[in-house]
Design a protein around this ligand. Sequence first.
Ligand SMILES: Nc1nc2c(c(=O)[nH]1)N[C@H]1C(S)=C(S)[C@@H](COP(=O)(O)O)O[C@H]1N2
Ligand SMILES: [Mo]
Length: 315
Amino acid sequence: MSSYRPPHIPSSEITPKSVYLRRREFMGVAAGGLAMAAGAPALAAPLAAIPTKYTLDEKLTSKEDVTTYNNFYEFGTGKDDPAKNAGSLTTRPWTIEVDGLVAKPQVIDIETIMANYTMEERVYRMRCVEAWSMVIPWIGFPLASLLDQVEPLGSAKYVAFETLVRPEEMQGQAGIFQALDWPYVEGLRLDEARHPLTILATGLYGETLPNQNGAPIRLVVPWKYGFKGIKSIVKITLTEEEPPTTWNKAAPNEYGFYANVNPAVDHPRWSQATERRIGEAEGLFGGARINTLPFNGYADEVASLYEGMDLTKFY
Ligand SMILES: Nc1nc2c(c(=O)[nH]1)N[C@H]1C(S)=C(S)[C@@H](COP(=O)(O)O)O[C@H]1N2
Ligand SMILES: [Mo]
């Protein structure tokens, strides 16, 4: 198969919906084993050979569910709060400060990112630590490309991420009750951050990322529990030490730094062996749960990163 060359997406627009939907149709045809179906729309570039690790032969979660059932505590703790409240977030202008152990620290404007990085579609499973999951067609680019640009020093071992603090626009950061310590912070080991599956997402379903999903730019690490996928990022820092992470600080015995999806290690308060696929019919007694896969189904790609780790233990 020839390699997949994603189309360049100009700064002003993520793939127009019509093109995007045609592409999906084409991908469906390609997955069925036909090089080109009669009547299939003409495409400027061949799109059939998306590496299978970047797409899935699983039903997509509806856009409605992806954009209305969210965790984004800066806008409230209810699943429907982010969709209701995140409209208040101003996402332009927006910059990401990249600093720490890098040769070329810089403040990168989101418009520069949109103009300079080739966006790709990645259809990934997302498994929340709360035992529900989705299949989401992200638009984004490898985090490794951005890291290359700032040239990490040899001493850099981890990447720390930080979300915006703006209580005027994030109502979950205002008022008496604060669900978490702000800013929301996350981190990866540098090799995890550089892994080709790890992306910064700027869109989903062929459109600009909705605010409730972490606009204008958020992390997606498909083999880890969803809380690692930090939203609305304003700062990335290369460090020598393992950085603190929000949920680990809040409950260290429940949420680890690594947080790799692992059906063999239960959360102290519930099983992680199975999951509820959002939008899929459940049986009479809440059945029809599906089995959770080690590394969320990405073991072939990422298990080698964790050689020597005891996979029956909590990390
Ligand atoms: N800044 C920030 N990022 C966040 C969260 C959050 O509350 N704040 N929630 C996390 C959790 S628990 C999950 S499951 C995913 C949900 O992403 P989605 O709403 O786009 O599906 O975002 C993660 N990123
Ligand atoms: Mo989550």
